[in-house]
Write a protein that binds this ligand. Sequence first.
Ligand SMILES: N[C@@H]1[C@@H](O)[C@H](O)[C@@H](COP(=O)(O)O)O[C@@H]1O
Length: 243
Amino acid sequence: MKIIRVNDYTEMSIKAAEFMIEKIRRSPNINLGLATGGTPVGLYEHLVKDHKKNNTSYRNVTTFNLDEYIGLSGEDPNSYRYFMDQHLFNHIDIQKSNTCVPLGNAKNPQQYCVDYEKLLTVHGGIDIQILGIGSNGHIGFNEPGTSFLSETHIVELAASTREANARFFNSLNEVPTHAITMGIASIMRSKEILLLISGESKRDALAQLLQGEVNENFPASILRTHPCVTIIADMAAIGKIAV
Ligand SMILES: N[C@@H]1[C@@H](O)[C@H](O)[C@@H](COP(=O)(O)O)O[C@@H]1O
């Protein structure tokens, strides 16, 4: 894993945007794996700025999001589809039909998981996957204990994850209990991974990722076995860890 140290959230977002823009310009029909949460918001802001200023085109780009809450429609302001539209898709020249975010209100969620996984394969897989990390080591919504062999599936969210994400909702009760997420195996099939880590609340997770064992109890640890991972981490997350 390659680690890029940056001072703060802003620098992380700019570096991540430069990293992505370079790939998109080089391969205009790239398949991007996208993440939600607070971490990539700055990255998306910079991609939008760059699109407006330098005309980087997303015309032939296809995107796949990692996850979505079960029970929320794409019009729900707390859905990840809504998040992606607001933060990125509505502001760039991407074709909406090329943006794939799992459906939170699919009629048959189990079958939908199989279909989403197939969709990834049919498109030739993800070229570069952006990831954030939960403080318990989750990636996507793959909570501790998830099999490293898992593909897109339905998960029950850990209490700590619902609490961490409650800040986006009116109350904890409104946070859905289940989500659909690409599995660990689906994520690991990406040709390249860019993991963003910012803030003191992620310090333990970063330390465990770098120094702990590769173990299903800490889902992100599998990334140590991926051939092409770049981590951009800020000083608040790094703290005194030797990187
Ligand atoms: N499902 C998302 C993840 O994809 C995200 O990476 C993580 C960290 O979120 P944040 O960036 O807000 O800390 O938790 C959320 O639950």
